[in-house]
Design a protein around this ligand. Structure first.
Ligand code: NAD
Length: 307
C-alpha cells in the first residue's frame, strides 16, 4: 500500500511517524510546498524506519510522485495560533485545499483513492475537497470528531475509573466550537452510562457533565497554548482511520463525510471499511443534543457558504 501525505508540518510529520510504525504501508511519499522541509522529514523518518518496518519514505518534488497512492492525507495549511479558532483559518485554508486537490486528482486513480482530510476548519474542508475532487462522498473522509471523542472517552474514563477502551461515547457535529457531546447514547461496556454510575455508586451530575464538555471543547486551545500546536492526538486518529481502511475493519468512527442528501459534512458515528464510508448512523439524542446538532450543522453550512 502506498500513501501520500500532503503537508509535512507538525501534524503531517507526526502522521507519517505513526503510520511508519504500523507496518501497514510499504511506501510513503511526503509532499510539502516547502520542499526542504519535506526532504528533511523524509530523510529523518527514513532513518527511523530502519528500526521498525521497511517502509520506503521519500519526499516528492512534484505531485507526479504521488502516483499509485491509494490513500492521500491532506495535512497542509495554517494551524491555529494561540487565541485563534478553527474558523479563523477558513479563507486561508480554503485556498490551500483549492491548490492541492486538483493536483492530487491529476495524479491518482479516481476509482480507488481515498482522501483523508485533516486541515481545519475540518468539515468545510471536507466539503470543499469533495466538490473539487468529484469523488464519491464516502471516499473523502475527514478525521472529524475522532480526536474530540477520544478526549471525551479519556476524561470520562478517569472520572469513572475504567479504561477509555471500555467507554463508547461520541462527540458529534462540527470539529469545532459547536461540537455536541452525545451523553444520551454513552455506554460503559454495554451498560448505559447512567446505569453504570448507579451500579458503581458514582455521581455524574449536570455540573460535572458541563465541566467535562468544557474540557473536551477546550482541549485543543490548552494544548496550543502550552505546546504551540497539537499533533500527537490527531496523528493517532489518522493512523486509526487509515488502519480501519487498509484492513477493511468496518469499525464505527466519528468521521466527517458529506451526506448524500444535503452536501453537508459533519461527524456522526460511521462504519468505515476498505472503500471508505459504508454507512452513517444517527445515534439516540436528547432533545437538547438534537437541537445543538442542528445548530452545529447550520454553523458548518454558513462557513461553507462564506468561502
Ligand atoms: P504546520 O504549520 O506545522 O504545517 C503546515 C504545513 O503545510 C507546512 O509545512 C506548510 O508548508 C504546508 N503547506 C501549506 N500550504 C501548502 C500547500 N498549498 N501545499 C503543500 N503544502 C502546504 O501546521 P500543522 O500544525 O501541521 O497543522 C496542519 C493543519 O492541521 C492545520 O490546518 C491544523 O489546524 C490542522 N489540524 C487538524 C486537527 C484535526 O483534528 N482535524 C488537529 C490538529 C491540527
Amino acid at each position: 500500500m502506498k500513501v501520500a501525505i500532503i503537508g509535512v508540518g507538525s501534524v503531517g510529520a507526526a502522521v507519517a511517524t505513526a503510520i511508519k510504525n504500523t507496518g501497514l504501508v510499504h511506501e510513503m511519499v511526503l509532499f510539502d510546498r516547502d520542499g526542504v522541509r519535506a526532504r528533511a522529514a523524509a530523510a529523518d523518518l527514513g532513518h527511523a524506519a530502519a528500526f521498525s518496518f521497511d517502509v520506503k519514505i521519500t519526499a516528492a518534488n512534484s505531485y507526479r510522485e504521488i502516483r499509485g497512492a491509494e490513500i492521500v492525507v491532506i495535512a497542509a495549511g495554517a494551524n491555529q495560533k494561540p487565541g485563534q479558532t478553527r474558523t479563523d483559518l477558513l479563507a486561508a485554508n480554503a485556498n490551500v485545499i483549492r491548490d492541492i486537490i486538483p493536483r492530487v486528482m491529476a495524479n491518482v486513480d479516481a476509482k480507488k483513492v481515498k482522501i483523508i482530510v485533516v486541515t481545519n476548519p475540518l468539515d468545510v474542508m471536507v466539503m470543499l475537497a469533495r466538490d473539487l475532487s468529484g469523488l464519491p462522498a464516502g471516499r473523502v473522509i475527514g478525521t472529524g470528531t475522532m480526536l474530540d471523542s477520544a478526549r471525551l472517552r479519556t476524561i470520562l474514563a478517569r472520572h469513572l475509573d475504567v479504561s477509555p477502551m471500555s467507554i463508547n461515547a461520541y462527540v458529534l457535529g462540527e470539529h469545532g466550537d459547536s461540537s455536541v457531546v452525545n451523553w444520551e447514547s454513552a455506554t460503559v461496556g454495554a451498560i448505559a452510562l447512567n446505569d453504570f454510575c448507579r451500579a458503581m455508586k458514582l455521581s455524574l451530575p449536570q455540573t460535572t457533565r458541563k465541566t467535562i464538555e468544557h474540557r473536551v471543547h477546550n482541549a485543543a486551545y490548552e494544548i496550543i497554548q502550552g505546546r504551540g500546536a497539537t499533533w500527537d492526538g490527531i496523528a493517532a486518529a489518522v493512523n486509526d482511520l487509515m488502519r480501519c481502511i487498509i484492513n477493511d475493519e468496518k469499525r464505527i468512527l466519528t468521521v466527517s463525510s458529506c451526506s448524500s442528501k444535503k452536501n453537508l459534512a459533519m461527524s456522526l458515528p460511521t462504519i468505515v471499511g476498505g472503500d471508505g464510508v459504508i454507512k452513517v448512523l444517527m445515534p439516540k439524542l436528547s432533545a437538547d443534543e438534537s437541537g445543538a446538532l442542528r445548530q452545529s450543522g447550520r454553523t458548518i453550512f454558513r462557513n461553507y457558504k462564506n468561502i
